[in-house]
Design a protein around this ligand. Structure first.
Ligand SMILES: [Zn+2]
Ligand SMILES: [Zn+2]
Length: 368
């Protein structure tokens, strides 16, 4: 595998007006190796000479499984692209010519609510390479300059193409969606392509946060795969079929070893007047009477009590209790608050702060 593609000198190369491409002409037909017109970059775009393009299962869906592409064939597939910028359209810095880039599989507008929330991969105006527009199974591809990302010299360009889609999917999942933090256990379910990428991301996180416990659940029970998982930083590995009780027991054991702080919290009890909430037993009592709470009701009550004196917005509660990371269905919070009030009756400490969210009010029957 060679290293960085040499910097292209515009003076040395007159680009041909045609290029070779593997063209998709319809389902259940082989890609057609043919010569087509080379695209030119428009305003805000770059022309990239493809170094490598990953073959994604999504491509196989189009080719073999009859999943339709957005653009009617003929179409050049491929959306995991690395390459070198050869030309830039108007409005793009000429200095980008000759630089090594990865292309985001989906173009982004930078302005819609998804883009503004760091979820450019589901941009409302996004167009996917090799699906809505021609992709990377060709010598050249055109893409928006804002979706072309510089590749550091330390990564061989040909090897980096899978970062653009497969690895970033796992990266996004671990860092932005799950927001994995020390003291949390991560279960990677399935060690196929993306699962293994997930593990690679986790092993990098592990280097920074060695206290982060990782458990792998997999259909693969062979020793080689298990050893690979442990090498990548897993604390435990369970092969299917496994009992759920065993999984819970192992996670508890790992938490005891890996995150003593968490155990403190696990055994913590919050008293608020005659309301007593026990995190270890996941029990809520009013005086001597136990109140049966659903898991999310319990978590919501705990989160509010744990932040006594603070107002928490519905979005904050959604994120902390349900794990959503962007404004979602905030009615979910209201419904659970209503349930808590119904179940706790007079003992409910939850106060609505109009237009903001919820907080915990002063304790009833304060303990002396
Ligand atoms: Zn893909
Ligand atoms: Zn957008």
């Amino acid at each position: 595998m060679s290293g960085r593609a040499p910097v292209w000198d515009p003076a040395l190369d007159e680009l041909a007006s045609t290029m070779r491409a593997a063209v998709f002409t319809g389902p259940s037909r082989p890609l057609e190796m043919t010569t087509v017109a080379r695209p030119e970059p428009g305003a805000g775009e770059v022309l990239v000479r493809v170094a490598a393009c990953g073959l994604c299962h999504t491509d196989l869906h189009y080719m073999d499984h009859g999943v339709p592409t957005f653009k009617t064939p003929p179409l050049v597939l491929g959306h995991e692209i690395s390459g070198t910028v050869m030309r830039v359209g108007t409005g793009v810095d000429q200095a980008r010519v000759g630089t090594a880039v990865l292309l985001a599989p989906v173009t982004s507008c930078g302005a819609c609510v998804m883009c503004r929330n760091g979820r450019e991969n589901v941009c409302a105006k996004g167009r996917m390479l090799g699906n809505n527009i021609d992709g990377g199974f060709a010598e050249y591809v055109v893409a928006p300059a804002r979706d072309a990302f510089a590749v550091p010299d330390s990564i061989p360009l040909e090897e980096s193409c899978v970062i653009a889609d497969a690895l970033t999917t796992a990266f996004h999942g671990v860092t932005r969606r799950a927001k994995v933090e020390p003291g949390e256990v991560v279960a990677v379910i399935g060690c196929g392509g993306l699962g293994l990428n997930g593990l690679q991301v986790l092993s990098e996180l592990h280097r920074e946060k060695p206290e982060l416990p990782v458990v792998i659940l997999s259909a693969r029970s062979d020793v080689q795969t298990k050893l690979r998982g442990f090498d990548l930083g897993a604390n435990d590995y369970l092969a299917k079929p496994f009992s759920f009780d065993e999984l819970v027991a192992r996670v508890r054991a790992i938490l005891r070893r890996a995150a003593p702080g968490r155990v403190e919290r696990e055994s913590a009890v919050i008293r608020h007047g005659d309301l007593v909430v026990d995190a270890g037993r996941r029990e809520a009592r009013v005086g001597d009477t136990e109140v049966q709470l659903a898991p999310k009701e319990f978590d919501l009550l705990w989160e509010l009590l744990d932040h006594r004196g603070l107002v928490l917005t519905r979005d904050q509660l959604l994120e902390r209790v349900w794990g959503y990371t962007f404004a979602g269905d905030t009615r979910t919070v209201d419904v659970h608050v209503r349930q808590l009030r119904r179940k706790l009756g007079e003992a409910s400490p939850i106060v609505t702060v109009w237009g903001v969210g919820y907080k915990v009010g002063p304790a009833r029957n304060p303990v002396a």
